[in-house]
Write a protein that binds this ligand. Structure first.
Ligand SMILES: Nc1nc2c(c(=O)[nH]1)N[C@H]1C(S)=C(S)[C@@H](COP(=O)(O)O)O[C@H]1N2
Ligand SMILES: [Mo]
Length: 399
């Protein structure tokens, strides 16, 4: 295996380990508008804020001063209110550690596994790749610690009426969705995406999920104030549900007695066999997912002997109970050592020691089971290619 470069970065004046590289897309003013997380180069469970992925569907709004921020709560409530940050902070605190994953993370693997196509690299952008192909697989997932208050405590101030079925959360960002991006993510050139024109980003969260204690409004991420690009002053954190529910730059909440017709809920971020599927439904809880992050395809060949196989597993419905690894392409499975965790919405790290003597070509696979007994994968291929949770094999030659 080639020795990976160590020295290279300067950190607070000292030469140090080379820092991971992140793929960032910038606007004309050199501001990041979209970024992937260099997940294969990170350790531990919290993604440093600088390395968190970023997705903006409509472009980002201008800075909102926290002292001027006000959240309006109206709709089917006893008394509509407006609340500022100072009053939000009077409610009982709730800190949640959770994985944020974009519904379109790893979307290309649906084609690889189900259409026998090109295998994307976990390590970095495909050489010469354009558009979505240039995005490293798995770059749109991160995990952080978010501090704020339970949404249910905030809603109680206005008094939710019994007929409520949805909590429509609206962001301050306003613009036109980039149809090229939407089409690229769906991966079907012929699919005609409805153009909604200029809209605000909004989502109508079903009331049951909205009232869960860990669904929070957060003003802090990873121990500091939320950065503007991640939705400051206040964003929603909806653990287990894909990133699109985690509304950033929250400005309005409307309690509704029916499901709203939000573009990013009924047109985009929907699951089904095709746009006319009678059972078309919004992407909600994520499945069960595992990534082998060490070794990677690019580490092949390895010498015979003993190797640590390591990775991360998480579930959209709670804690991971078990992780299994196979070194023979899925014929036999053994249990990995999974770290103990008290954060049910976090991913867990796991290790499995692979003792291998025989030279040859091997396929490593890993799969997880969550606390509800859900075994990976849970999500069927679907026309918008959302919530990929299939088993991605790692191909290793032993010499
Ligand atoms: N207001 C607003 N909130 C938003 C979005 C957006 O475009 N506007 N993008 C969503 C999507 S698709 C994802 S995956 C997450 C990404 O959160 P992050 O950029 O903080 O990682 O934010 C969600 N919240
Ligand atoms: Mo997303």
């Amino acid at each position: 295996m080639p020795r990976r470069e160590i020295e290279g970065g300067w950190i607070k004046g000292w030469t140090d380990r080379k820092r991971p590289e992140q793929l960032e897309f910038k606007d004309r003013d050199d501001r990041t508008v979209f970024a992937t997380s260099p997940i294969t180069a990170l350790e531990g469970r919290i993604t440093p804020t600088d390395y968190y992925y970023v997705v903006n569907q409509l472009g980002a709004p201008e800075l909102i001063h926290p002292d001027e921020w006000e959240l309006e709560i109206a709709g089917v409530v006893d008394s509509p209110i407006k609340i500022g940050l100072a009053d939000l902070k009077k409610l009982p605190p709730r800190t949640v550690r959770a994985v944020t994953e974009c519904a379109g993370n790893d979307t290309m693997y649906f084609d690889y596994l189900h259409k026998n196509g090109y295998k994307p690299s976990l390590l970095g952008p495909a050489k010469g790749g354009k558009g979505l192909e240039a995005i490293p697989a798995t770059g749109m997932v991160s995990a952080g610690e978010f501090a704020g208050v339970s949404l249910r405590d905030v809603l109680a101030l206005a008094g939710v009426r019994p007929e409520a079925v949805a909590v429509r959360m609206q962001g301050a960002d306003r613009g036109k969705p980039d149809m090229a991006l939407v089409k690229g993510s769906i991966g079907d050139k012929n699919y005609v995406v409805k153009d909604p024109g200029v809209i605000n980003f909004d989502k109508g969260l079903p009331i049951e999920k909205a009232l869960e204690i860990d669904t929070i409004l957060a003003w802090s991420m990873n121990g500091e104030h939320l950065h503007h690009i991640h939705g400051a002053p206040v964003r929603a954190v909806v653990p287990g549900w894909s990133g699109n529910w985690w509304v950033k730059w929250l400005s309005e909440i409307e309690i509704m007695d029916r499901m709203p017709d939000c573009y990013h809920q009924t047109e985009y971020f929907v699951m089904g066999d095709g746009p006319d599927d009678p059972n078309l439904a919004p992407c909600m809880a994520m499945g069960v997912k595992t990534l082998i992050l060490d070794p990677l395809d690019e580490d092949s060949p390895l010498t015979s002997g003993s190797h640590a196989v390591r990775g991360l597993s998480w579930s959209g419905e709670g804690a991971i109970e078990k992780v299994e690894v196979s070194a023979d392409g899925g014929a036999t499975w053994s249990e990995a050592q999974v770290e103990e965790s008290h954060d049910r919405w976090m991913w867990v790290r796991w290790t499995w020691v692979w003792d291998v003597d025989q030279p040859g070509q091997y396929q490593l696979m890993a799969r997880a089971t969550d606390e509800h007994g859900r075994l990976q994968p849970q999500t069927k291929p679907n026309f918008q290619r959302k919530h990929f949770d299939g088993i991605i094999p790692t191909d290793i030659e032993i010499v």
